[in-house]
Design a protein around this ligand. Structure first.
Ligand SMILES: Nc1nc2c(c(=O)[nH]1)N[C@H]1C(S)=C(S)[C@@H](COP(=O)(O)O)O[C@H]1N2
Ligand SMILES: [Mo]
Length: 440
């Protein structure tokens, strides 16, 4: 009920405590850090820890000026039916969330600490299933629109694909990302990997609404899935007329079974639970259905014991993915803080980073273009002098909402609240360069 944005004590314009008062441009960054100055000439020479450790691992035989075997011979076969990542990247995988052990009702998180940019590869997109992943034959799947409509209709997948299509880049996030309760995760993915971002292709829902002729008195639609959970959620008609989509493709290819193949609802900016997978039914009504998922679950219990009615929009949030938990700074000197920010209310306008536990802040650079309701990458240079540091980021969106601290969230909601935790996430760098969760 109380959806007022939380404001941290200091505004995002607080004086920076960094050596530089603005993000450095690329030339300044290189000149200042000096790490890569001289490029190849420095490789293997004391001072370049990265090159040194690489040569220790494989021996020097494959390094310049030698020519490695893969340059002296033919490579592997081309036209592999479906491409896979390099075998050297085999540890970049989703992780089963420890809170729910049963694989049929489980979370798996995206390895955010190992990803770059803002588009999540389909095989690493986070998962949340309430009754496992059904295997649906698309020729036997139908989408039914009925209830308060002039012409109830049933569509095949082929018919859905004949409507004018649109593609949009949007993030999706589960409302339990992360829960307020310990154990807190170690890596960025374990902490907040129930968020991912992709380019979605499908039909705008408003196109289908015109097709069935929705009664003006219909103010809600209940979406229902074809999985064993028959999961259902109520979506306000206003949102359906805005940007909701019925999607069949993700990052260019058909949805993966885990993501709702052959068709799912996509509700930009709303909590992941409303994005009904394996969508089989849209029922138009004049009241919400008050399903399990929007009453017993995914609502926020407040301090006074009352629960918020619907918390649809995922509020502004950010997360540093480098350096983040379990990573190791290999040397003192200049590094680049990297992370992602997003808001269900629209575009990110600022991300501030702090390297002194939140006392002072400096504005990070945002990767352009900044898209509405999509992940936004941010970057900021910082110097690590070998001392203990607590680093964190704080995002602001186009409504002026500022990402809160955990203390501010607990102050507003009390300690029983479980979902919709968008608090600032601290990472601690030890004197040996080891990074751990600053909340644990
Ligand atoms: N039919 C159906 N739809 C569903 C779910 C489900 O279990 N069944 N899980 C919901 C939840 S809680 C989330 S967070 C998202 C997860 O989507 P993903 O697995 O594609 O990441 O789907 C939602 N849609
Ligand atoms: Mo979710």
């Amino acid at each position: 009920m109380d959806n007022k944005p939380l404001q941290p004590a200091a505004s995002h314009e607080t004086e920076p405590a960094f050596t530089e008062k603005r993000p450095l441009n690329r030339r300044e960054f290189l000149a200042k850090g000096g790490l890569f100055a001289g490029g190849v000439a420095v490789a293997g020479v004391a001072g370049n820890a990265v090159a040194q450790s690489a040569s220790q691992a494989s021996g020097d035989a494959n390094l310049p000026p030698n020519i490695p075997p893969w340059t002296r011979s033919l490579g592997g076969p081309t036209a592999v039916p479906y491409g896979k990542p390099s075998k050297y990247e085999s540890e970049v995988i989703r992780h089963l969330y420890p809170g729910l052990k049963e694989p049929m009702s489980a979370y798996s998180t995206s390895p955010l600490q190992d990803l770059d940019g803002t588009i999540t590869p389909n095989g690493l997109f986070y998962e949340r299933h309430h009754a496992g992943v059904p295997e649906i034959d698309p020729t036997q799947h139908r989408l039914m629109l009925h209830g308060m409509v002039e012409r109830p209709l049933i569509f095949t997948m082929e018919e859905l694909r004949q409507f004018p299509a649109e593609s949009h880049i949007y993030f999706m996030e589960c409302s339990g990302n992360p829960s307020f309760l310990p154990p807190y995760g170690k890596t960025a993915g374990e902490v907040a990997g129930l968020v991912s971002c992709a380019e979605w292709t499908g039909v705008p829902l408003k196109t289908l609404l015109k097709e069935v002729g929705v009664d003006p008195k219909a103010t809600w639609v209940t979406a229902e899935g074809a999985d064993g959970a028959a999961m259902n959620r109520s979506i306000p008609m206003e949102k359906c007329m805005d940007d909701v989509m019925v999607v069949y493709s993700q990052n260019g290819e058909r949805l993966r079974p885990e993501q709702g193949y052959p068709v799912r609802l996509f509700v930009p900016g709303y909590e992941g639970n409303t994005h009904i997978k394996w969508l089989r039914r849209l029922h138009f009504t004049d009241a919400p259905v008050y399903s399990r998922e929007e009453t017993g679950k995914y609502t926020d219990l407040m301090k006074d014991g009352r629960a918020r009615k619907f918390s649809f929009v995922m509020e502004c949030k950010s997360l540093i993915t480098y350096p983040s938990g379990t990573q190791q700074l290999s040397r003192k000197g200049r590094h680049e803080i990297r992370g992602i920010a997003w808001s269900g209310h629209g575009k990110i306008t600022h991300v501030d980073v702090s390297i002194d536990g939140g006392n002072t802040w400096l504005e990070a650079a945002l990767q352009k273009p900044v898209l509405s309701k999509a992940l936004t990458a941010f970057r900021a240079p910082f110097d690590w002098n070998g001392e203990e540091m607590v680093i964190m980021s704080r995002a602001v969106d186009e409504t002026g909402y500022v990402q809160p601290t955990i203390e501010q969230l607990i102050e507003a909601r009390g300690k029983v609240s479980f979902y919709h935790n968008n608090a600032i996430q601290p990472w601690k760098i030890s004197t040996t360069g080891e990074v751990t969760n600053g909340r644990a």
